[in-house]
Every structure is written in C-alpha cells, then in structure tokens.
Write a protein that binds this ligand. Structure first.
Ligand SMILES: Nc1nc2c(ncn2[C@@H]2O[C@H](COP(=O)(O)OP(=O)(O)OP(=O)(O)O)[C@@H](O)[C@H]2O)c(=O)[nH]1
Length: 493
C-alpha cells in the first residue's frame, strides 16, 4: 500500500478519538494534531495541512452539534472529505478516445521515471485494445532512445526515434505525423528531462508542445522529492499546459505526501501512480478509492475490477463450466498466466480493507513469481492428456522423470508443482459455488468472503503474518465496519 505509514497514523488518530468516552474540544484537537503531524511528516505542503485543519474545525463545530449527533462519524467523514478535497482539483483531465487519434506529451525532470512511465501508459492502453505508439523526442540524454526502444519492444508497441537527429522538435513532429498516418489512436511523446529545472528544458518543452499540439500534457513526478514537489509542479505548469499528473515510485517511500501537493500546484488531477519498476506496476488513480485505501478501508471496487481483468466477463461462463468438470493442470496453467499478466499480488491484495502490502514483502513476491514461472516451464513439457486430466495419479513416476528431463528441471521440482496443483484442486473443491461478482456488485463479493474461504485462499505464510484465523476474523470484522464507512462516505458500493 502506498503511503502505508501515513494512512496508518491517520487511522490510529481517528481510532484513539473513537476510544474516548466523550468527544470534546481537547479530544478533537489531539486527533487533528496527530493527523497534521502525520501529513507533515510525509511531506504534504504546510499550507495544505493548515487549510485542511481549518476546514475540519469549521465543519465540526462541537458546540453546535446536538447531543444526539454521532460526532465520531461526523469527524471521520470530515477527515475523509478533506483528504479527498486535497487530492481532487475539481476538474477532470482530457480523456483520450479509443479509435480517435490523441497526442499525449510527457514532461518531467530527468530520472523522474518519465520514459518508464510512457511505456507503462502505452502498455496499459494496449491491454485494453488500443493502438498506442511511442515517440522518443529526448535528444538530451544519450541512451534515452535505446531505453525507449527496449521498453517499447518489450511491450510490443511501435516506436519512433533517431540516433542521428539532434533536434527534438523535428523528431517529435516526424514521429507524430508517421503514427497519425498509421492511424494509431494514442501517440505518446517522451521529451527530455534535465537534472534540474532550467530555462533550456522549459524552452525545448514549449517548442515540442507548440509543434505537436498535444491533446494532453502529462507531468511525471518522482514521489520522493518531498517538499520541493509544489514548486516543481508549478514551474512545469507555468511553461506548458500540464493537464494531468502521474506520480512515480510510490512503492519506495513512506513519504510521498509531498508529491500529492502537486495536485494543488498544477490544479490537474493525478491520473496514475507508478508502484514499481515492472510494466504492470501502474495503477489508475482515483481519489475516493485511494483515500479509502489510505485509511485502511480498502478499495473493493478496484479489487473486483482486478478480478475482471483476470477473468473477463465473456470468459467467466467458460471458466466456470471448465471448473465444474474438474480442476485440471491446464486450468492452473491458464490461471498462472493470468496472474503474471495481472502484475504483483501485493498490489491486488492491498485493495482489500485492512490488508497492507507490507504483509507481503517484495522479495517474497519475486520469489513466488519465479516459482510460478518455473511451474509453467514444467507444464510446457506435459502432454495434452496430462494437462487435461483432473486425476493427479496419472502423473506417475516415469511420467514425472520424463517431464523433468523435458523441462530441464529436477524431479523434486515436478513433485513440488504437483503438490501445488493438489493444494489448488482441494481449495477449488471447497470453494465450489463461489460466484464471480459482477462489476460494481460489492455485496456479492462480501457474501462470498467469509473467513474460512479467505483462510483457504491465502498462502499459509501470509495467514500466519495476519495472525492466523483469529487475526483474519478480526480483519473481516474491520471489513464489515469499513464497508459501513465506505457506504457512508459514498466510496464503496
Ligand atoms: N521503484 C520504482 N522505480 C521506478 C518507477 N518508475 C520508474 N522507476 C525507475 O526509475 C528510474 C528512472 O526512470 P526513467 O524512466 O529512466 O527516468 P526518466 O525520467 O525517463 O529519465 P530521462 O529519460 O533521463 O528524463 C529507472 O530505474 C526506473 O526503472 C516506479 O514507479 N517505481
């Protein structure tokens, strides 16, 4: 979970307030002080924090609240709303339309993650059936074109650039023209960065922008820049028409609140956040779900969307039909494939209320991805008969030796994979009848989620970290109450 520490501190402050027998001025002030401290510690700009406090105090006038009022809920709601307000510039950014050509220009300082983010952005839309293309107009940094080329090739996205040409405007114009002719619907122009803000950078940006006339300029900002965020964002906004912000490296820093101040500086919404170096570590940013997650209330709608990414609507009856005929190795293979394309598991799980990606350390996640890939290599050496059978006994000793030889793995590893298959087959048989909720149908999801189902689905190590079955039940209780809160804030269902 990004900014997990900040979220944890705010939640604790609200919790402490809730524990007080009477909520008076002192209790409210203590709570707000605690929240302020947490925001400032994570580098949110001082003025924003001060305004937030003033606004909450204005809304929550304890003297005016009659005895019957639920002060706790009103305060919690005010904190939630103010956090949302801080992150919401009140206007949306340009949204490209599939099938219609849009030009999107990326700007930012060198090292902010601009080039990586261009590819992530292209990949995100490509997965949804768009036809993006990348133009490298960074002639300042040697190697920038190679990097873009490498990333674009990995993402199977067409690209344009030049080793010889030194005029970024010329390259940008040529690239955009070329891809317009090819009817690409999302033309992404990567511009050069500098180590620091300087006149040459802004002049070049302005010229590229003038020549390509982008529909949207996206400002890419590294979340770790702290208090400097506000000024940096403002400087870019003054030079080009920044219409949206993407904040990168939200995975690495407990701080990062500073970058959220960019919203106030550019008056443009944050549209995505980068949460890792991997192409899929890229999340759509939406204010309410983000604040919900920040406060440990989860983002059930995002979670359901992820499920639909893995098993699209039109494939669901097919999968359920296949599963009803028995859990085969081929189904496991396909699910592994989906899992890998979906991106890191911690990102998905962090959408569940009360979960934190801290529960799943990065190293461990990489390890489990490597394991999944190993299992897939092993399955690549299996026959159709083996893959389509739901009887593990079919894979006898001699078959195992053959499969190990064919895949270049150890027999022990084939055995490991079969154990994993049996574990998942057992899990599936227990989960029979589970329905995949429709998009937006949160109640179906919660109906399906009882502690036993969840306990079965979680890796045992993770269950231990949560605090076993007891810890999980507590978490589910929290989920219940967080759902109430989400409903109250209009964030969940
Ligand atoms: N952890 C983490 N690393 C990231 C993220 N986004 C980018 N990076 C890394 O940040 C470093 C710099 O990224 P680049 O894309 O090369 O930076 P850039 O802003 O394009 O640099 P210039 O092209 O020189 O302007 C690379 O090592 C990326 O892998 C992110 O969201 N999380």
């Amino acid at each position: 979970m990004v900014l997990a520490q900040l979220g944890g501190s705010i939640t604790r402050a609200l919790q402490q307030m809730s524990n007080a027998t009477v909520i008076d001025e002192k209790v409210l002030n203590d709570c707000l002080n605690e929240i302020n401290r947490a925001l400032l510690q994570s580098d949110v700009q001082f003025e924003l924090v001060r305004d937030m406090r003033t606004n909450i105090k204005k809304i929550v006038n304890l003297q005016d609240l009659a005895a019957g009022h639920n002060k706790r809920k009103i305060i919690q709601q005010a904190v939630f709303n103010e956090l949302c307000k801080m992150l919401d510039p009140g206007k949306s950014s340009f949204v490209p339309k599939k099938g219609k050509t849009s030009v999107v220009m990326f700007v930012g300082l060198q090292g902010s993650g601009k080039t990586t983010t261009c590819t992530k952005y292209a990949h995100y839309y490509q997965k949804k059936g768009w036809k993006p293309a990348l133009v490298c107009a960074d002639t300042f940094r040697a190697g920038a074109f190679d990097q873009l080329k490498q990333n674009a090739t990995k993402a199977k996205t067409p690209f344009y650039g030049s080793y010889m040409e030194s005029d970024p405007v010329k390259i940008a114009v040529e690239g955009v023209e070329r891809f317009k002719e090819e009817n690409r619907d999302l033309i992404i122009v990567d511009t050069s960065g500098r180590h620091k803000q300087e006149a040459a950078l802004f002049e070049e940006m302005r010229q590229v922008s003038e020549a390509t006339n982008p529909d949207l300029v996206i400002f890419v900002m590294d979340s770790s820049i702290g208090q400097a965020a506000f000024d940096q964002a403002q400087a870019f906004k003054q030079s080009v028409a920044v219409g949206a912000v993407i904040i990168t490296k939200m995975d690495g820093h407990a701080k990062g609140g500073g970058s959220l101040s960019a919203v106030a500086a550019t008056k443009s919404p944050v549209i995505f956040i980068g949460t890792g170096e991997h192409m899929d570590e890229f999340e759509v940013f939406e204010v309410k779900p983000f604040v919900s997650r920040l406060l440990g209330m989860g983002d059930l709608s995002g979670f359901v969307d992820k499920i639909h990414d893995i098993v699209p609507m039109d494939k669901q009856p097919e999968l359920l039909q296949k599963l009803s005929e028995g859990f085969t190795l081929r189904i496991m293979y396909e699910q592994f494939q989906n899992m890998l394309s979906m991106g890191p598991m911690s990102q998905v799980l962090s959408m569940l209320p009360g979960f934190s990606s801290e529960l799943m350390p990065k190293g461990q996640e990489k390890e489990s991805q490597a394991k999944v890939k190993r299992y897939m290599t092993i399955m690549d050496s299996m026959t159709n008969e083996e893959l389509d059978s739901s009887n593990p006994k079919l894979i006898n000793e001699s078959r195992m030796m053959r499969i190990a030889r064919g895949s270049g793995r150890l027999v022990r590893e084939v055995l490991d994979m079969m154990e994993e298959y049996k574990r998942l087959a057992k899990l599936w048989s227990k989960m029979k009848g589970l329905k995949i909720p429709k998009k937006g149908d949160m109640s179906a999801l919660s109906r399906n989620m009882n502690a036993q189902n969840m306990a079965n689905a979680l890796p045992s190590q993770m269950l231990k970290q949560i605090g076993g079955m007891g810890g999980l039940q507590n978490l589910m209780k929290q989920m219940g109450s967080s759902r109430d809160m989400m409903g109250m804030f209009g964030g969940g269902e």
